[in-house]
Design a protein. Structure first.
Length: 153
């Protein structure tokens, strides 16, 4: 009989100890930091949509830039008023529209439309697009597209 009584007391003591241990651990958590807020603070990219155009400005953290190993090249003058960009810079949307990501400032990227007239030998000739000399992303553009449209969800 005493063994059963001791066993009950021991079980009760273990249960109370466990409850106290978990409640004390919860006291150290702050209610003001939600998982979403913490995730946003550590996000590798900040996406700011332009309400007028719907096109976003994407700002990457330094760490994200290192991890993606982004590469750029500049828009070059073509024949007449045409421009040329590397084919690797071109992004196609489902509706057939074509874009490139420009790099107006360090760590900042913005999508800009391109009107393609010809693709030949890895070079895109376009009748409209970014100005000559504008840096365009040649490696990492698909990751920027995914960040802009949050395709990871």
């Amino acid at each position: 009989m005493t063994n059963r009584m001791n066993l009950r007391r021991l079980s009760l003591a273990a249960g109370i100890s466990a409850a106290l241990m978990f409640s004390v651990a919860a006291c150290g958590q702050t209610a003001s930091v939600t998982p979403a807020a913490a995730q946003a603070a550590n996000a590798p990219a900040k996406v700011e949509k332009n309400v007028d155009t719907g096109i976003a400005k994407i700002t990457l953290t330094e760490r994200a830039m290192e991890r993606l190993d982004m590469k750029t090249d500049t828009v070059k003058a073509g024949a007449g008023t045409d421009i040329t960009v590397p084919y690797s810079a071109l992004i196609y949307e489902a509706d057939g529209s074509t874009w490139v990501y420009t790099n107006p400032a360090p760590g900042v990227f913005q999508r800009q439309g391109v009107t393609v007239s010809r693709v030949e030998g890895g070079v895109v000739t376009a009748t409209a697009g970014p100005a000559v000399g504008t840096p365009v992303v040649t490696v990492g553009a698909t990751e920027l597209f995914g960040a802009e449209f949050d395709s990871a969800k």
